[in-house]
Design a protein. Structure first.
Ligand SMILES: [Mg+2]
Length: 309
């Protein structure tokens, strides 16, 4: 990776409103190139091999021109973490003004999961509900849950393997989205998703950038849903760019996760369920991590960059 890019490196920590994936502070690395800022923010437990795709995306964002965009704003979904406190859930729902779709994290506890979905339904009776299981269910558990949850838009990664997804698909009429099956594959071009999933989840960082995400969509010939990890506004903005670069976009995008942060490097407000695509200079002051954490991230980037050669 270019030394010049590395010299612009900032590593910042963003506090989250609730515990999300076990974290309360989200560290992200940002660097700036000729075409703007790129975000590198694989979760800290990810190995270098997996992180290398995230780095490819960040480098692409900083060093290549943006693609042609087909819209100026993107409809987003609300994201509901796996918690069951009604007051907290209401607060989270209210932080997504005007959104028409909620994605509910489930998978750990069938009864608590069902209760969470029902709470969101009561709070937002007209919203569509989609659920994300992160591959945690067996085929039997998935079948049981899907037969009792009522109408949902789709289920994201209900089971871990292609074989399980295929078996589940033969047992349910609920649409299935593949996420981890794609972004955790050793070679996502070398998997056969026939009869296993209905739609493809595209996340720009884990899939190695906008060009590679488009190539994957074309390769698998499935309708797509665009989403992100919990990222800063810089990463979200690149996700918005990916979403806007598709002529056809049939699903609300998982790009509203900025609402889960207490503080962000820019405010990308959700207005009537949409986020406008804007250009901005991220406000990084006061957010830097310790010198020790900075070194950790810098080393991680340099190690990971070796894998891109
Ligand atoms: Mg997912």
């Amino acid at each position: 990776m270019d030394q010049q890019l590395l010299e612009t490196l900032r590593v910042i920590a963003l506090p989250t409103k609730t515990n999300f994936r076990g974290i309360n502070l989200r560290e992200v690395a940002l660097f700036k190139g000729q075409y703007g800022w790129g975000e590198f923010s694989p979760f800290v437990e990810y190995g270098d091999e997996e992180a290398s795709h995230w780095l490819a995306s960040a480098i692409e964002a900083a060093t290549t021109p943006r693609p042609q965009l087909f819209r100026t704003s993107v409809a987003v979904n609300g994201t509901i973490p796996a918690l069951n406190d009604t007051t907290q859930l209401k607060k989270i729902v209210d932080s997504f003004p005007g959104v028409k779709t909620f994605k509910v994290k489930v998978g750990i506890d069938l009864a608590a999961d069902l209760a969470r979905v029902n709470t969101i339904r009561e709070l937002q009776p007209h919203a569509k509900i989609r659920i994300d299981v992160n591959g945690l269910w067996s085929v039997e558990q998935a079948e049981e849950f899907l037969s009792s949850v009522g109408e949902i838009e789709y289920v994201e990664q209900p089971c871990a393997t292609i074989e399980e997804l295929r078996e589940l698909k033969s047992r349910t009429s609920v649409k299935i989205v593949g996420d981890e099956i794609l972004r955790k594959a050793i070679d996502p071009f070398d998997i056969d998703l026939t009869g296993a999933v209905d739609y493809l989840m595209l996340k720009v960082q884990p899939l190695g950038g906008i060009k590679r995400a488009h190539a994957l969509a074309e390769h698998h010939k499935l309708p797509i849903v665009v989403s992100s990890a919990l990222e800063s506004a810089v990463g979200i903005n690149y996700g918005l760019t990916l979403a806007a670069s598709f002529q056809e976009l049939n699903f609300d995008c998982g790009l509203g996760t900025g609402s889960l942060l207490t503080h962000d490097v820019a405010h990308l407000p959700i207005v009537d369920g949409m986020i406008q695509i804007t250009e901005f200079e991220p406000a990084l002051d006061g957010l830097d991590v310790s010198a020790e954490r900075f070194e950790w991230w810098k080393n991680r980037i340099m190690r990971t960059a070796e894998l891109l050669k």
